[in-house]
Design a protein around this ligand. Sequence first.
Ligand code: ZN
Length: 238
Amino acid sequence: MELIEGIVLKQINYKESSKIIYLYTSHGKVSVLVHGSNKLKSPYLNLVRVFSHVRLFVSGKDLKTLREGEVLNYFSSIPEDLNRYAYGLHLLETVYNFSNHNHDHEKLYLFLLKILSLISISDNFELYVMMFELKLLYLLGVQPLLKHCVFCENTKTLSFSIKDGGMVCENHGSYSEYKVSAIELMIKLYYYDLSLGEKIDFHAEDIVSLRLLIDSYYEYHLNYKSKSRQMIKELMAY
Ligand SMILES: [Zn+2]
């Protein structure tokens, strides 16, 4: 038997009454077969829900099979609100997509747990999802260069360029389509220290600008767009 602790990112049906769940753990992604989880009154129903933080006892080498388990925490308020849910799914899908990358999974796992708690209680859940996405760029090695121009040491008159991967000064000639306040919000979120818990000031319209910026950045540098992103668009019209 082996003990696994993780967050359920995704579940798929398998054969007649079983499921395979995909967990994010401090070692990366792990899949577990759960027999009989589709049956009514299955004791495993809660263990296979996405947004569950679970501890499982599993056996088997190649395909791990659930033997026993418990829910440590279920972020129940995330699915209760449709907008929050869409953002939450986008977050889990993004974690799933990059979980085979060779980055610091322990760091990201602990960070994801904190972000999920914040998303479940904060009215500004979008901010925390975007904070996660920005910090993930660093772990993936494609973080934007924000402190000075990408091409020189200039720190004045900077504007943001998706394709150059960061700030560009006026000598290196890029015109930014993003408002200064949206870029300031990005910098704030990118460097934000959760352990200090400082209040984040922002303008509502900058949430939309920054969302679009992060989408473009992920598409351009990682060729990635989540399926849940479309759901956010349908619900929130951006
Ligand atoms: Zn420059």
